[in-house]
Design a protein around this ligand. Structure first.
Ligand code: ZN
Length: 167
């Protein structure tokens, strides 16, 4: 299983998802990137420099300006990250679109990429999305109530399908 996320807060990893299986389409605020040489480093280290008295910490390698390693409004996504996301979407058999309006591109069109290569799309979102017609199932419910219900039902089905001897 892979997680393609528009979140930048690292909460998927903190919740226990394997970091290498999480692809952050809009970057991560846990890192800063140099606008000069593109070197990445942990945000925490830069914040420590601020706490120690540096007003405007610069890149330690080239002196360039540091910014959070996130895609800001109006900026383009990293082409390599988008290409990787498309590859994952093309290879999957099932894609769950969870808690997204599916109105922000190119993330939203990953649903179409997956469906066009044979995957089944399931959408879980409170409001209608432009991709509802492509989905084999739409759960129109807030994810805070839908996901606990779905995971509980899956756990129950798994228990019911287990051979009696191993129960
Ligand atoms: Zn630099």
């Amino acid at each position: 299983m892979r997680i393609l996320t528009q979140n930048i807060d690292g909460l998927h990893q903190r919740a226990g998802s394997t970091p290498r299986k999480v692809l952050e389409l809009h970057g991560s605020m846990r890192e800063v990137v140099c606008t000069g040489c593109h070197l990445r480093s942990p945000t925490a280290a830069t914040l420590e420099r601020v706490a120690a008295g540096e007003e405007d910490p610069r890149c330690t390698t080239c002196g360039g300006i540091l910014k959070l390693a996130v895609v800001l409004f109006g900026e383009h996504l990293d082409p390599a990250t988008v290409a990787q996301a498309e590859k994952i979407a093309q290879a999957c058999q099932l894609i769950l679109a969870v808690g997204s309006s599916l109105r922000v591109e190119p993330a939203a069109s990953l649903c179409a990429v997956a469906v066009n290569t044979g995957a089944r799309l399931v959408i879980i979102n409170r409001d209608p999305t432009p991709y509802d017609d492509l989905a084999v199932a739409v759960v129109r419910e807030p994810i805070g109530t839908a996901l606990p219900r779905i995971t509980a039902a899956l756990a129950e089905a798994r228990t019911a399908n287990r051979p009696a001897a191993s129960r």
